[in-house]
Design a protein around this ligand. Structure first.
Ligand SMILES: *Cc1c(COP(=O)(O)O)cnc(C)c1O
Length: 379
């Protein structure tokens, strides 16, 4: 029985080795570790791929969120940070960085409930909160969880009706799309992550701010480098948050394979969907029709309080699984002090008890999925 891991980065490296090794060798030759030529090249390449005007390389996906939000505070309010009673609506069912970025930008995260078929933020819940408490809300931060698009038509409509900004957390959704538009390119700004397990992953941390607006680009570029156009003209409370040249080089080499890897993920997901379709207690998520999902995770909902038992059983069969996420953000101490519960969060709380992500390594074969689903069925 061979083990089936969640992720097999060694195998991916072997697959792309020639390109990656050559890219690293070029860096060793030129020795421009800070702001080397690969950074601008990657920014241009991804901007073209996403169909946006600007991409700004930063040190992580988390920083991409923080810098996007702060650039919006500067642009919209002329202030370094949001006011302490400014509210940003988001989902509690996400990685901690989403809500943390709102706190770090000075605003209050308002958590609203999710939609049970996708586990993404429910536009009806966003609307329900806005109808009761419209006055302090400045923006919406949807998360394309597991690489699957939120209902961006509904979210953009709500935002434009009320003059709110939208920042897309596309950390898990590189290459995904909504109605043909690439995720991250639809709102006022988008945040990408190049964390190694993401669809385009580097050999360490990295991220990117995505925007069409020239002023947002200018502010984000300043914030990312100590808050000024150069060292002697600091204008804002900035960060040292550059994207490494070496990471940019690795990402450029790997970006050639992004579409192929995403197609492989989609194909594996459709095999899972097919093999799992006759089960009642274990059901796959259901992307909306306009979503081109890139399956950073393949996640199922396990009903009847047997999720952890199922995961244990698969572990004994050498099949790895993961739970994203066990605890919604509104249950974490970091948020309890400064958050609002915009609606009841019952669906997010149920999801936290029922989700299970199964291996979806792009280079795995359909026989492995057959084995996994067979084990799930016999359990
Ligand atoms: C990974 C991730 C982030 C943060 O990205 P880092 O590059 O790890 O800082 C933010 N939001 C979501 C939803 C993520 O999955």
């Amino acid at each position: 029985m061979n083990p089936i891991p969640m992720l097999d980065l060694k195998r991916e490296y072997e697959y792309m080795k020639k390109d990656i090794d050559a890219a690293i060798a070029r860096c060793l030759e030129h020795q421009q570790w800070i702001k080397g030529p690969e950074v601008a090249e990657l920014e241009e390449k991804i901007a073209e791929y996403l169909g946006v005007k600007h991409c700004i390389g930063v040190a992580s996906g988390t920083d991409a969120l923080v810098i996007s939000l702060r650039a919006l505070a500067i642009k919209l309010k002329g202030k370094e940070f949001f006011d302490c009673d400014d509210e940003i609506i988001t989902t509690p069912f996400t990685f901690v960085a989403t809500g943390d970025a709102i706190l770090r930008a000075g605003a209050i995260p308002v958590f609203v409930d999710i939609e049970p078929k996708t586990l993404n933020i429910d536009p009806a819940a966003v609307k329900a909160y806005l109808e009761k408490n419209p006055s302090r809300v400045v923006g919406i931060l949807p998360v394309h969880l597991y690489g699957n698009a939120c209902d961006m038509d509904a979210i953009m409509d709500i935002a434009s009706e009320r003059g709110l900004f939208v920042v897309e957390d596309a950390a898990q959704a590189m290459g995904g799309a909504w109605d043909g538009k690439k995720l991250g390119s639809i709102g006022d700004a988008g945040a990408l992550s190049f964390f190694p397990s993401k669809n385009l992953g580097g050999f360490g941390d990295g991220g990117m701010v995505v925007a069409n607006d020239n002023e947002l680009e200018e502010q984000a570029r300043m914030l990312m480098q100590h808050g000024g156009k150069d060292k002697y003209r600091s204008e804002h409370v900035g960060y040292n948050s550059r994207l490494d040249t070496l990471q940019a080089a690795v990402l450029l080499a790997k970006s050639k394979y992004l579409e192929e890897m995403n197609e492989r993920r989609r194909n594996l997901a459709s095999i899972y969907d097919e093999y799992l379709q006759d089960l009642e207690q274990v059901t796959p998520l259901q992307p909306l029709e306009k979503s081109y999902s890139v399956y950073n995770q393949y996640t199922v909902i396990v009903r009847g309080d047997i999720r952890d038992e199922l995961a244990d059983c698969l572990r004994t069969r050498k099949i790895s699984t993961s739970i994203y996420y066990k605890l919604p953000l509104h249950k974490m101490n970091a948020f309890v002090k400064k958050m609002k519960l915009g609606t009841t969060l019952h669906k997010a709380e149920v999801a936290a008890k029922q989700v299970l992500s199964l291996p979806i390594e792009p280079l795995m074969g359909s026989e492995q999925i057959k084995r996994i689903t067979k084990d799930i069925k016999s359990f």
